[in-house]
Design a protein around this ligand. Structure first.
Ligand SMILES: O=C(O)C(=O)CO
Length: 254
C-alpha cells in the first residue's frame, strides 16, 4: 500500500504549484484531488513530470446516478473526466453517486444506480481506468447522500461485476457509519480500488481520535493491498508540519 496526499483537503490555502512542491518535499510520491473543472491541468501535467509525482485519483464530474433522467449528463461527464485521466495518466476515478430522491422508492434509485454503472462500462473498457464508488457518511458530512454502507456498495458492485468498477472505502466515513472498519475493509478488499483516511471524530490528521492507523495499515499490508490510501483530512494547523508528522509516522508507506 502507498500513501497519497489529497491536496484539496490538506492544503486549503495553498495554490496548486506550492501544494505539489510541498507533497514532494515532504517525501510523498503521490497526490490526489477532488474536482478537475477548476484546476490548471496544463500546470498540473508539467509539475507531475517535473516532480515525478503520481496522480492516484480524482473525482468524476458530479452527477446523480439515482435519477435515470440524469444518466446522460453523468455519462457525458464521465467521458470528459476520462479524457482528463488519460492526459494526467491517472488510473482511478472517484465516483460519488448523488443524493437520495425524496418520494422515490429506494429500490428504484438503487436500480438506476446499477444501470448507470453498467452504462459506464463501454466507456471504461480499454482505458485501464477504474471507477471507485464511494459510500459517504450521512450523519455528519453528507446528509441526504444515497450510499452510506459498505455492504450496500459491495452488493451493488456484485451486481455490476466488472473489475473496473470498485469501491472507495473511506475509513473515516465508514467509522462514522458502521464501525468495524478493519474487519469490513479486509472482508471487502478484493473489491476495494482506493482507500481514504482521516482521524475520527473531527476528520483531522491520522493519529487524532479513536482510529488506530498503524494497526489498520499493517493489516492492509499483510493482506497484500497494493493500492493507494489517500490522506483526506483537514488541519487547522500548519499543513506542512502536519504532513511532516504523517511522513514520519507512516514512513513505511511513503
Ligand atoms: O466528499 C467527501 O467527503 C469525500 O470523502 C470525497 O472523496
Amino acid at each position: 500500500m502507498k500513501l497519497s496526499v489529497c491536496i484539496d483537503s490538506v492544503f486549503r490555502e495553498l495554490g496548486l504549484e506550492d501544494s505539489l512542491r510541498k507533497v514532494k518535499e515532504e517525501g510523498f510520491r503521490a497526490f490526489e484531488f477532488w474536482g478537475w473543472e477548476k484546476k490548471d491541468l496544463g500546470l498540473m501535467t508539467k509539475l507531475v513530470q517535473e516532480l515525478d509525482l503520481s496522480l492516484s485519483a480524482f473525482c468524476v464530474k458530479q452527477a446523480n446516478l439515482t435519477e435515470p433522467s440524469a444518466r446522460s449528463a453523468y455519462l457525458d461527464g464521465l467521458k470528459e473526466t476520462l479524457e482528463v485521466a488519460k492526459r494526467l495518466q491517472c488510473r482511478t476515478l472517484i465516483l460519488t453517486v448523488g443524493s437520495e430522491q425524496a418520494g422515490v422508492p429506494r429500490e428504484e434509485q438503487r436500480r438506476s444506480l446499477v444501470e448507470g454503472l453498467r452504462a459506464s462500462l463501454p466507456l471504461l473498457e480499454g482505458t485501464g481506468v477504474t471507477l471507485a464508488v464511494e459510500p459517504l457518511n450521512t450523519l455528519i458530512d453528507h446528509p441526504g447522500y444515497f450510499l452510506s454502507y459498505s455492504q450496500e456498495a459491495w452488493d451493488i458492485l456484485q451486481e455490476v461485476r466488472h473489475p473496473q468498477v470498485q469501491m472507495l472505502f473511506d475509513i473515516y466515513h465508514q467509522q462514522i457509519t458502521e464501525g468495524h472498519v478493519t474487519t469490513n475493509l479486509l472482508r471487502m478488499l478484493e473489491r476495494v480500488g482506493h482507500i481514504h483516511a482521516a482521524g475520527n471524530p473531527g476528520r483531522g490528521e491520522l493519529g487524532e481520535g479513536e482510529l488506530n492507523y498503524p494497526y489498520i495499515f499493517r493489516r492492509l499490508t499483510e493482506a497484500g493491498y497494493q493500492g493507494y490510501v489517500g490522506l483526506e483530512y483537514f488541519t487547522a494547523g500548519d499543513p506542512v508540519e502536519s504532513l511532516q508528522r504523517m511522513a514520519a509516522a507512516y514512513s513505511e508507506w511513503l
